[in-house]
Ligand binder design. Sequence first.
Ligand SMILES: Nc1ncnc2c1ncn2[C@@H]1O[C@H](COP(=O)(O)OP(=O)(O)OP(=O)(O)O)[C@@H](O)[C@H]1O
Ligand SMILES: [Mg+2]
Length: 234
Amino acid sequence: MALLEVESLSVRYGHVDALVEVSLGAEEGMITAVLGANGAGKTTLLRAATGLVRPRLGEVRFDGKVISGRRPEEVVRCGVAHVPEGRGVIGELTVEENLRLGSLWRRRGERNMDGAYELFPILGERRRQAAATLSGGERQALALARALLARPRALLLDEPSLGLAPLVTSQLMARLVTLTVEEGLTVVLVEQNARTALSIAGRAVVLNLGRVVVDDEAATVAADAQLRHHYLGF
Ligand SMILES: Nc1ncnc2c1ncn2[C@@H]1O[C@H](COP(=O)(O)OP(=O)(O)OP(=O)(O)O)[C@@H](O)[C@H]1O
Ligand SMILES: [Mg+2]
């Protein structure tokens, strides 16, 4: 059984069907990439999983418990953290204040802030700086560190590489791999950067116009030139 299960999930905004009967599973300790063109429904999928939009039909379960339709803070308490598109850090607050918010949301135990600074040393150097003045890569590191302070079992990331230099992106992806391997973290990785996502994911799901068109091992998807050209643009 997958740790995070999406079953026949449908979301509609007014007359727009953003998701139509989407089913997928994210295995524990693995990276599952969710790929697809602009407007495919990737962000909607994460928002439905974390209580930010209510599905019309279907559900999302985490560790067997239904989390769709619950309040976002309840979902966090269940062990699911979400780093939204645009990263969701609070610009007016300093790095340290943003991190303190993250540890307020934690579910169990103490992950002290030193852990965050160890994971991303640059944040320690910038700790008194307002988040709004960080570089894109630094802000992404802060969003990720803050989500990890809640000690999630599953981390849902919406386009974490957006706006990052290739080197910073590959460092970030390497961090994700380490977290899955060493801490058993389960990651759902929404990415436009399909090539990079496929290189670290175990499984890949491709959405097109709100429907799942591919659900397979990431290596298989990466090796399928026709599929790549058709849906992933590389
Ligand atoms: N709040 C909203 N109201 C109306 N339509 C919306 C809303 N949010 C998303 N949509 C529509 O739902 C569809 C899916 O959007 P979504 O943001 O999930 O796509 P996405 O795959 O994340 O795209 P991108 O790669 O551009 O981020 C799009 O057609 C979008 O215009
Ligand atoms: Mg999106």
